[in-house]
Design a protein around this ligand. Structure first.
Ligand SMILES: *[C@@H]1O[C@H](CO)[C@@H](O)[C@H](O)[C@H]1NC(C)=O
Ligand SMILES: *[C@@H]1O[C@H](CO)[C@@H](O)[C@H](O)[C@H]1NC(C)=O
Length: 424
């Protein structure tokens, strides 16, 4: 978790330097006019406990609960803690909450020189809040500015959004309420990846995930044809992150993916695809890696052959590995360790997930066409940087587009299509 907060710092810096925003609010840091929230307004405009706001409560934490150890005390000297209980409990919060609060304290000092951020409530062990409050889990804070000037609270709420709180509400005139997702929800939401040692086929031979860059061509299935297609982005890419993986073993192969990642499974439980039918003809569907069971049939290309065959899953195990990689190709699938896998996760519907990236693909095609054209006409002042396509490497973390898509649409999608947050 320390690594995670350090990374968050680095990513933020990356975002500010313009190599593209990363996880946890980098996107929001472009300079622009800040609109104060109005009284009674909350952002997002959804109930606090919905998945794309702060998410569901996971139950109050008492001091002897094992999960209580996950709370950390915030000793940031730039923040004033009211601590009316005198127990120090107002300093206790989840790491995600602490991270956001510390970020907010900096923007408060920048916004109002001489003033500081003040916390009136955070972890509550005395049940002063409503029955399901996130204060009981250290996931919520009530905040004001140190001068307690109520005219500043609307803007304070906006700064809290900018700092990356998942839900901010101006429900009371006396303070701003801000809350975050649970640590487990956040980890599984950022979900679908392959391990660093997963192998893909490129025209130059085998490569592992950690060696891949945007623009590299990898084997995919397009219709019924196994062919090369370039990687257009990484939905997530983080060499240092440690994650739980599912290892799925077949007779000739083994594929390692996070539990929420999608894998293609043959519809027919006996692996008898109707004669002549191939991949395209819809005799398959996607399921979460976590749902795969021995006996399921997956599509495999033996020795990089153009023919896909069905192989039965022999064993499914769990493992912890370092490094997360989620390359996205134009067709939305790719062969990993010779097994046909989806590029997507979390949303259990390949076509819908693929549709979500249409705007990005269009943008990407346009950008590449423009780059090629500029290179061709070679007008010096317009010349695109040579490295712009081939060797572009994405900054660490979840791609801003994937993050945006998730934030915009997850609340609109039927729950049964979404990876359940409390799975792990
Ligand atoms: C990926 O391949 C490179 C070069 O072959 C190798 O040095 C590296 O250890 C591999 N990484 C993993 C995680 O397998
Ligand atoms: C392909 O792999 C199989 C075993 O999986 C092997 O028996 C066969 O010889 C290989 N074919 C080629 C052309 O390498």
């Amino acid at each position: 978790m320390l690594v995670r907060s350090l990374l968050a710092g680095i990513i933020l810096l990356g975002g500010a330097l313009g190599c593209g925003p990363g996880r946890g609010g980098g996107r929001r840091r472009s300079p622009r006019k800040l609109t104060p929230l109005v009284f009674k307004q909350h952002i997002p405009n959804l109930p606090e406990f919905t998945m794309s706001a702060a998410g569901s409560p996971e139950g109050p934490l008492s001091r002897n609960d094992p999960k209580f150890k996950q709370l950390v005390p915030n000793y940031n000297a730039d923040i004033i803690f009211r601590d009316e209980e005198g127990s120090g409990s107002d300093r206790l919060m989840t790491k995600r909450c602490l991270e956001k609060l510390n970020m907010l304290s900096i923007s408060v000092m920048n916004q109002w020189p001489g003033l500081r951020l003040r916390v009136t409530e955070s972890y509550d062990e005395e049940f002063h809040h409503s029955t399901t409050s996130l204060h009981y889990e250290g996931r919520a804070v009530d905040i004001t500015t140190s001068d307690r000037d109520r005219s500043k609270y609307g803007l304070l709420a906006r700064l809290a959004i900018e700092a990356g709180f998942d839900y901010v509400s101006y429900a009371s005139r006396s303070h701003i309420h801000a809350s975050v997702k649970s640590e487990s929800a956040y980890a599984s939401r950022s979900g679908g990846c392959f391990s660093a040692d997963s192998i893909v086929q490129t025209p130059q031979g085998s490569r592992n995930m950690s060696e891949l860059s945007i623009g590299d061509e990898v084997l995919v299935v397009n219709g019924d044809i196994v062919q090369f297609s370039p990687i257009i982005m990484f939905l997530d890419r983080d060499p240092s992150e440690i994650r739980l993986y599912v290892k799925i073993k077949t007779q000739s192969s083994e594929i390692t993916m996070t539990p929420s990642h999608l894998l293609f499974i043959a519809n027919d439980s006996r692996g008898n695809a109707p004669a002549g039918s191939k991949f395209q003809q819809g005799f398959h569907h996607v399921i979460f890696a976590e749902e795969v069971q021995p006996g399921d049939f997956v599509y495999v290309s033996l020795n990089s052959s153009k023919e896909l065959v069905l192989e039965q899953v022999l064993e499914v195990t769990k493992t912890i590995e370092q490094g997360v990689y989620a390359p996205l190709t134009h067709v939305g699938n790719l062969l990993v360790n010779n097994v046909v896998a989806s590029c997507y996760a979390i949303l259990k519907q390949q076509s819908l997930a693929h549709l979500g990236f249409v705007p990005y693909r269009v943008m990407h095609n346009f950008y590449n066409a423009a780059t090629h054209l500029l290179q061709k006409i070679d007008v010096a002042p317009l010349r695109a940087p040579k490295s712009s396509y081939r060797t572009r490497q994405q900054s660490i973390g979840i791609h801003w587009y994937a993050d945006l898509l998730y934030k915009m649409f997850s609340s609109l999608l039927p729950e049964e299509l979404l990876y359940p947050i409390a799975f792990d």
